[in-house]
Design a protein around this ligand. Structure first.
Ligand code: KE4
Length: 429
């Protein structure tokens, strides 16, 4: 495949935008080469500016569960836009969106719209600290919750694994109250709570991880976490920016039977427009300004266009739940990928929950960040480009999850498996 137009577009962009992209995840840093520049998309397909067509397994990193350019979403945005795009004043669409979210996510009794997943998690953290009057927060190494200062940390050397900033520009003070633990490590969790549970404001985690590649919670981990947070009066925040409305209509929490105190949402809730949300128990949400003292605001929060797109998508997911179909097709893909990798004698692990999955190039089970990092990223990159050249666009990093949409049907799965068989053979030659 020739991609000369993307190459020159990238050269142009690099002189204008840091790294040529408006988000690092798109820069192909994990696989090398030039990112493709997109002209348009439809259903399961992306079309780049060189006229190449790809089966898309990124789906805008999660939002496109109904496929790209869904007619109902397009129509909702068009008809709303002619009435004005933003007023800075309340509209009834915001209440309609709130009613939808509350009806679909059982633990959410009240919700506030924001403009990104980052804003959702940042606001939920501030609310948990304001509600409990405590400062310490717990996160897990490898989980990503957006570019929130206090969550851009790596495990520190201190015995309590207090966080140290993982980016320049973040003062030590911002992460000094962040404890970083190992995902799925129940013992470490228990020890931490027994040591300082009464000082912990909240625990935030991805209930099913997408940002280390796909990692499911081990059995008992979430239940233990719920028990400890309840016992010590800490707020349990589930970051469902990726998993919300994807793993079931009520997200990972409904699929796995865990009831958090607060939930952060994003991606699907905006139908591809910039939307985030955080919500949970009324008693906690009532602390958010102007009903309470915890400040949070946003010029474009709940804007009509984003509400229109999100309402269409959530309504569709509620009325015609696609989850059995998503499971059926994704399972077929998983089995086919295993067979293809196996017959090429390539060490691999596939982690999957519903329509989120990751093919790791490793022979070690992937259960946390350390085990994920044992993967052979060079093999991943070779596979990524072999698939690209066969018209399949995987997430451009070993440490990201792939996302199927309802348009990734049998025919698409067949095309993907054919490309995978040939790609495994190529990289193994
Ligand atoms: P945004 O601020 O990017 O809308 O959401 C941040 C966020 C929060 N929580 C979870 C679990 C997330 O996965 C994300 C964002 N996900 C990345 C993909 N790993 C978005 C891609 C990007 O940063 O460009």
């Amino acid at each position: 495949m020739q991609r000369s137009k993307s190459k020159s577009a990238f050269d142009r962009a690099k002189g204008l935008i840091p790294g040529g992209v408006n988000s690092p995840a798109r820069a192909f840093g994990g696989v090398g080469g030039t990112p493709i520049f997109i002209d348009h998309a439809a259903g399961p397909y992306l079309f780049d500016i060189d006229g190449n067509k790809y089966i898309d397994f990124i789906g805008s990193w999660g939002p496109m569960i109904l496929g790209h350019a869904h007619p109902k979403v397009v129509e909702a945005i068009q008809t709303t836009a002619i009435k004005g795009s933003s007023f800075g004043a309340p509209t009834e669409m915001e209440s309609q969106m709130a009613e939808l979210i509350i009806s679909m996510v059982p633990s959410i009794e009240m919700v506030r719209m924001v403009n990104s997943g980052t804003e959702a998690t940042m606001s939920a953290l501030r609310l948990a600290r304001g509600y409990t009057g405590r400062d310490l927060i717990v996160k897990f190494a490898g989980c990503y919750h957006g570019h929130v200062d206090s969550l851009l940390v790596q495990a520190g050397s201190a015995a309590t694994t207090l966080g140290v900033p993982s980016s320049p520009g973040i003062p030590k003070g911002c992460t000094a109250d962040t404890i970083v633990l190992r995902y799925n490590d129940i013992e470490e969790l228990k020890n931490t709570f027994n040591k300082m549970g009464d000082k912990i404001a909240c625990v935030i985690l991805e209930p099913v991880v997408g940002n280390m590649g796909l990692i499911p919670p081990s059995s008992g981990f979430l239940k233990e976490l719920r028990g400890l947070t309840t016992q010590f009066g800490a707020v349990l925040i589930l970051d469902e920016v990726m998993t919300g409305f994807r793993l079931s209509a009520g997200g990972a929490q409904q699929l796995l039977g865990i009831e958090p105190d607060l939930t952060a949402l994003g991606k699907i809730v905006g139908g591809g427009l910039p939307v985030g949300a955080y919500g949970g128990k009324k008693e906690i949400m009532a602390k958010v300004m102007p009903s309470g003292p915890v400040y949070q605001a946003g010029t474009l929060s709940g804007n009509p266009l984003a509400m229109a797109a999100g309402i269409v998508v959530l309504t569709e997911l509620k009325k015609n739940p696609p989850y059995e179909k998503l499971e059926k097709y994704a399972q077929r893909l998983e089995v086919g990928l295993r067979e293809a990798a196996y017959s090429s004698k390539i060490p691999h692990v596939i982690n999957r929950v519903g329509s989120m999955w990751t093919l790791f190039f490793t022979s070690t089970p992937v259960t946390d960040y350390d085990s994920a990092k044992l993967s052979d990223t060079k093999m991943f990159s070779k596979f990524f480009w072999a698939m690209m050249d066969r018209g399949v666009y995987l997430p451009c990093s070993q440490f990201e999850a792939a996302f199927n949409s309802i348009t990734h049907d049998d025919a698409i799965i067949d095309l993907t498996l054919k490309a995978a068989r040939d790609s495994f053979a190529e990289i193994n030659s």
